[in-house]
Design a protein around this ligand. Structure first.
Ligand code: ADP
Ligand code: MG
Length: 200
């Protein structure tokens, strides 16, 4: 497969839809040069959300460990030292949050799509997400706040965490015939070797 054909999944979560940020999110991926190849609005069910987050059998451990590190890095005490206890609660709350209203599911295609989308999305916890990223620019939240309030972090978007995750997530959310193969005129400007035919 040519690297230009790489695909990755993005979800605008219920908070992103409610905050009127569908256009902002979409425009960030458009302006970097990625191509939108599938998009739908839907209300997901809890089972679909649980499967989505556990497609990677390591998710429970990794997300738990990341949360513990997030606390320790700020000199704070994590709610538990057991990563699995932490993600058990997160998953329950995620199933509630992600099904509370409409979400937008999208597939973006282009060179290094997964890494580029992850970079523009930013880290999980908005308190420490980089400035310039979606999660750094459009929302404020922290593990401490969300844990105290017994809810998940509000961070506007989901994006695939790795190329393998991207492949599995695209399949989980879209049937093959919902994804459209087409060309954008800008593709020639981004990567055509000769870039000819501009001057008359
Ligand atoms: P990401 O969305 O950055 O890939 P994860 O896969 O680790 O992050 O977690 C999935 C989602 O679960 C996060 O986007 C966030 O909404 C929520 N979440 C993760 N860790 C926590 C936590 N410690 N407290 C509350 N919510 C969390
Ligand atoms: Mg993830």
């Amino acid at each position: 497969m040519h690297p230009n054909k790489e695909r990755t999944l993005v979800l605008v979560k219920p908070d992103g839809v409610q905050r009127g940020l569908i256009g902002e999110v979409t425009s960030r991926f458009e302006r970097v040069g990625l191509k939108l190849v599938a998009m739908k609005m839907m209300v997901a069910d809890a089972d679909h959300i649980e499967k989505h987050y556990t497609l990677d059998p390591e998710w429970r451990r990794i997300t738990g460990e990341k949360t513990i590190k997030g606390y320790l890095d700020k000199g704070q005490t994590p709610p538990s030292t057991d990563p699995f206890e932490i993600t058990g609660k997160i998953l329950t709350n995620l199933k509630r949050f992600m099904t509370i209203g409409p979400i937008i599911a999208m597939v973006w295609e282009g060179a290094h799509a997964q890494k580029i989308v992850k970079k523009l999305t930013g880290g999980t916890e908005p308190l420490s997400s980089d400035v310039g990223t979606i999660r750094g620019d459009y929302v404020l939240d922290s593990y401490r706040m969300s844990d105290q309030e017994g809810r998940v972090i509000r961070n506007i978007v989901h994006c695939s965490g790795s190329e393998k995750e991207a492949e599995e997530e695209v399949k989980h959310w879209f049937k093959p015939d919902e994804i459209i193969n087409y060309r954008l005129v800008q593709e020639q400007i981004l990567s055509d070797v000769n870039l000819d035919g501009i001057l008359e």
